[in-house]
Design a protein around this ligand. Structure first.
Ligand SMILES: NC(=O)c1ccc[n+]([C@@H]2O[C@H](COP(=O)([O-])OP(=O)(O)OC[C@H]3O[C@@H](n4cnc5c(N)ncnc54)[C@H](O)[C@@H]3O)[C@@H](O)[C@H]2O)c1
Length: 329
């Protein structure tokens, strides 16, 4: 029997976010009581966060707090009101380029927010803490695929620097208090209800409405695009684990950005008008996950190919086109 089935109540931070929403949805389907918290910030158009939240509110076992993980008093009140047994910390500032403009926000949410949650784990006897991290911690390296044991001490921007810091705080708390801490490092996640600040959502919306798209570099940069359902499945499975573990969650099949653009063009039946821009120095050239630990610890292998995943995403976009037309990108 899976251990998480003995747990009832899970706190998901960033529950109105892309991965938070999908993770909550899966937990709710598995009959957990899910406490969601999100400050619904406006880093990207919050209308899509409302759409995601509305789809979660149909579940009776979902309780939502609009609140900030930077506020320890708010968190303590939530922990006093519910017997929280596991935490999945997905709340974050998550833009590489935006972090170059405002590094302080990244420190406050990604580092201080994580410490606040670790304090709650310690004080309220939470069984397991899952921290979302990122493939960006590997920096600019020619050594692919990225292994969990690879060097991660030269992040190219404040965003991965903040995530690496949060990982290190997690280790300290694990060492000092024996907290079970699991750290999935995600590789470019995409899918229905995806982020309007990320390339796939932007490409679909712009190509569909005949607007030009911007591509940085020559389009040959490779990303290990990973479908949201695979990510949610693996993230929930992390609740089963003990000790301190880091695992890569990627598709193990990197593809060029231009290949994805071509797929979208075919599925929409429209040609993209591309405006080329120079490569941003904080952009990594290629990402590719070595998923050995994910296979070993949670028996996870991604199921959805890029062709199937993009097709599902375009399908979703067509269904929601009317609701999505006002979303700012
Ligand atoms: N999407 C990806 O490809 C990807 C890749 C690597 C890592 N990650 C990580 O996965 C996690 C989820 O990412 P996502 O793509 O769902 O991003 P997202 O921006 O859609 O979700 C994050 C959510 O956290 C909320 N939030 C931000 N600051 C908060 C705060 N101080 N208090 C409470 N809520 C706050 C936001 O309002 C947002 O709804 C993040 O930690 C991100 O760094 C994502």
């Amino acid at each position: 029997m899976l251990k998480y089935k003995t747990m009832q109540t899970i706190l998901v931070t960033g529950s109105a976010g892309f991965i938070g929403w999908a993770t909550c949805d899966l937990l709710l389907k598995k009959d957990f009581i899910v406490i969601g918290i999100d400050n619904i910030n406006d880093y990207y158009d919050p209308k899509i966060k409302e759409l995601r939240l509305n789809s979660l509110k149909k579940y009776e076992n979902f309780i939502f707090y609009k609140g900030d993980i930077e506020d320890l008093d708010t968190l303590r009140k939530i922990f006093k009101s519910h017997k929280i047994e596991g935490i999945i910390n997905l709340a974050a500032r998550a833009g590489v380029r935006a972090s170059v403009e405002n590094p302080w926000g990244y420190l406050d949410t990604n580092v201080k927010g994580t410490i606040n949650l670790l304090e709650c784990v310690k004080d309220f006897n939470v069984k397991v803490f899952v921290l979302a991290s990122t493939s960006s911690v590997y920096g600019d390296t020619d050594k692919i695929p990225f292994k969990v044991s690879d060097f991660t001490d030269k992040p190219l921007a404040p965003y991965p620097a903040s995530k690496k810091s949060a990982e290190l705080f997690c280790y300290s708390y694990h060492y000092l208090y024996g907290i079970n801490t699991i750290i999935p490092r995600y590789f470019t996640v995409y899918g229905p209800f995806g982020r309007p600040d990320m390339s796939i959502f932007r490409f679909i919306k712009k190509i569909d409405s005949g607007e030009p798209i911007t591509v940085y570099g020559d389009g040959r940069q490779k990303r290990d695009f990973t479908f949201i359902e695979d990510i949610a499945e693996a993230t929930v499975s992390c609740l089963n684990l003990e000790g301190f573990k880091i695992l890569n969650l990627g598709n193990d099949n990197p593809v060029e950005l231009i290949y994805v653009i071509n797929l979208i063009e075919k599925l929409l039946g429209k040609e993209a008008e591309i405006q080329w821009q120079p490569r941003h120095p904080a952009d990594i050239f290629a990402t590719w996950a070595d998923i050995t630990e994910a296979k070993q610890y949670i028996g996870w292998i991604p199921k959805v190919s890029i062709e199937e995943g993009i097709s599902k995403t375009v399908q979703w976009y067509k269904e929601y086109r009317d609701l999505l037309k006002d979303i700012k990108i």
